[in-house]
Each structure stands twice: as C-alpha cells, then as structure tokens.
Design a protein around this ligand. Structure first.
Ligand SMILES: *Cc1c(COP(=O)(O)O)cnc(C)c1O
Length: 379
C-alpha cells in the first residue's frame, strides 16, 4: 500500500530519552523546557526573529484573526485546506472568495481590489503547496486600503522567498506542524509576526490571557502546546534537512518520469527556495484525473484530491462561482510524496498514470493496429 503521505518518525530510543526526562521533571505542559527549546531551535533553523508554538495550525489562524481584531469581511482564497475558511467563519467574520491564478494556484492579486468593500478588514491567503503568493502585489493593495494580511503558511516549512523565511511576510503568518506536514510535532503549529505588540498579545492569547497567576489582560484561549509534542519536534528537526533532500529528489524523478504526461504543475515563484511539500498534478480533464485515481487505487496507491471541492462551495458560506478555481480543483491530484518512497514505488505510480493516458488517446490504438499489420503481413 502506498499512501499519499507518511509521517516521519524518529528512532524510538531517541524519543524515549526525552520521555525519561519528562518523567524525571514531571512537567508535562504549560510552557515547559522542551517547548522553550523547540521554539529556540525552530527560530534558529528557520532564521526568524519571533515565533510562538501553538496547539495546531487552525488555532494559529484563529489567534491571528483575533489578535488583528479583524471584523466583517475577510478576502480569502477558495483553494486551500478547509481550516483556512473555517477559521474566518469561526471568528464571526465573512469569507469573501477571490479566484486564483491559473498558473500558481494562489489567490490572484489582480482580482482582489474588485472584492474590497467598506466592510473589508483583512486578507487571508494561503501559499498553496509551499509556493509563495504574489506577496508584493498583495501588500501593495493592503497598504493602499489599510487592510491587514495573514498568510496561511501551513505548507511552507523551510521555504524561503527573497532569501528570507516565508513566515516573515504579512502582518502575521501561521503554520501547521500536523503529522501530515513535512515537519511535524504530531499536532502543533505556530504564529509568526515582526510586530512586538502583536507577539505579546498572541503570547497572552494562547494561554487564556494569563498575565501572571491572577491576572488576565486579554481575552485568551487554550492554544498552547505540550512537552510531548515538543519532544517529537526536537527529534524531527534534527532530521528535517535529509527529509527535504529526499523530497526534492523524488519530485525531480516524478517530473522526469511524467514528462510525456499531458498535465501541468504549479508555476513556482522565481525568488524561491522550494520545500517540495506536495506533488500536485493538474490533469487536462477531470475524467482523466478520475481514471488515473481509480487505476492507482487498483494498485493500492492512494492519492488525495488536494484541494477539492472549492471552499467557495462549502454549505456555510455564500456560494461563489469562481471559474479558475472550480476548474482546477476538479482536475488536480496530489501524488504520494514522503521520505521512504522508493524508485520502484515511483515507477509503479508513473507507469499506471501514463498507461491510463495512452489508453485514453485513440491514436495509440491505431498505432498498435498498424504495428500488428506491419509485423504480420509485411515482414
Ligand atoms: C494542515 C493545514 C491547516 C490546519 O492545520 P492543523 O494543524 O491540522 O490544524 C491549515 N491550513 C492549511 C493550508 C493546511 O494545509
């Protein structure tokens, strides 16, 4: 069986050493030493000034929206994981969907201005598959209209844009360290900001607003994380460069093996150090994609339709028809990509896909007939 992803797991002895230390200290959660160590090591690894480790990538988004005081309408992308939209609705705001760019699959900045109303307070965009949005264009619009910008950077671990961590862009960036992400702490996430006041506010917010044992200076929630998850993060961080290298090689193998496939891949941003977080393939038709999906399932290869359906079709939002997103979300498939995938796995996956495409192409049937005739009658 080949799943779409597999979590990295460290050596159990290594994790066990952290567990013994936790048993020794009997300090399980509430800003413990491992959470602090993980925050420090992440700052160093990512080369970012500030970061707060939180319980998951969804609470990170909710805290970001709350900390910026966003109300009313938030402009957002329909092409992301459902948590992006949910966090907006959960915080009592209205998601206003803007269509995506047909090349990068990120929110199309050219279409943002038309969606701005007097109720708009912010933009929440996702760097889809770890490929940064058109950050400069989005910031320019935000500055002109006085809007706040949040980036859902859940796919962006290790990604750099213009030689700087992608996490340092926008008023706040958020990420997820869920087990399905390339760096994970089982469950977990983080918020990033360059603004000291926002950082302080979010630090209070993630811990009930506690400002001293009997003081509460902010409306807060339980957004903190624990020693056990931090231990997993500390183990995995030591291995993350090898994981990134392996994913890069696997992606190049895919691109080469599928070079005859009539499909498209996201156009990667120019000033980018990419992290190979996913391997999305945009097929020419939904029918061909579904046939590949089925053929792969017959070989026990399980892909995922990331992201389908369009978030603008969720039952609790104002249904919005967005032609580019509607078309892309129907035709896209993410192929398996994880650190222990082998060449023979990739050979199987790419062979199945190419076979479906060739079978689809009637010229190939004629070609085969022609070859038979040549062999039998003219040899
Ligand atoms: C995974 C993911 C999230 C949610 O993260 P959790 O840690 O699972 O809450 C949010 N947005 C995007 C784009 C994601 O891929």
């Amino acid at each position: 069986m080949i799943p779409v992803t597999k979590p990295f797991l460290p050596k159990i002895q290594e994790f066990g050493e952290y567990m013994s230390a936790i048993w020794e200290r009997q300090w399980l959660t509430n800003n413990g030493p491992l959470v602090n160590e993980l925050e420090l090591n992440l700052k160093r690894y990512l080369d970012v000034k500030h970061l707060l480790y939180v319980a998951n990538g969804t609470i990170a988004l909710q805290i970001a929206i709350k900390a910026l005081g966003l109300k009313g309408e938030i402009i957002t992308t329909p092409f992301s994981f459902v948590a992006t939209t949910n966090s907006i609705v959960w915080e009592g705001c209205k998601p206003v969907f803007v269509d995506i760019d047909g090349e990068t699959f990120n929110i199309d900045p050219k279409k943002i201005e038309a969606a701005i109303t007097p109720d708009t307070t912010g933009i929440l965009a996702t760097h889809v598959y770890g490929n940064p949005c058109d950050i400069d264009a989005i910031q320019e619009i935000a500055d002109r209209y006085g809007l706040k910008v949040i980036y859902d950077a859940a796919h962006c671990f290790g990604t750099k844009y213009k030689n700087k961590s992608v996490f340092e862009y926008g008023d706040i960036s958020t990420t997820s360290f869920h087990a399905t992400k390339l760096f994970h702490t089982i469950e977990g996430g983080a918020v990033f900001t360059q603004c000291p006041d926002l950082l302080k506010k979010m630090a209070l917010m993630r811990n009930f607003g506690h400002d001293g044992p009997d003081e509460f200076s902010e409306l807060g929630i339980n957004g903190k994380n624990c020693e056990f998850h931090a231990a997993m993060g500390l183990c995995n961080l030591k291995q993350v460069n090898e994981i990134l290298d392996k994913r890069r090689l696997l992606s190049f193998y895919y691109w080469r093996a599928l070079s005859n496939l009539e499909a498209k891949y996201p156009k990667l941003n120019d000033s980018l150090d990419y992290n190979y977080a996913y391997f999305p393939v945009l097929f020419n038709s939904e029918e061909l994609m579904l046939r590949c999906l089925k053929a792969l399932e017959n070989e026990k290869v399980y892909c995922r339709r990331y992201f389908y359906p369009s978030l603008a079709k969720l039952p609790y939002v104002t249904a919005t028809h967005l032609p580019v997103c509607d078309s892309i979300s129907k035709r896209i498939l993410c192929l398996p990509l994880y650190h222990t995938l082998t060449c023979s796995d990739l050979d199987l996956i790419t062979r199945v896909i190419l076979r479906v495409q060739n079978y689809d192409n009637p010229v190939n049937d004629v070609k085969q007939d022609l070859m038979m005739v040549n062999n039998n009658q003219l040899a």
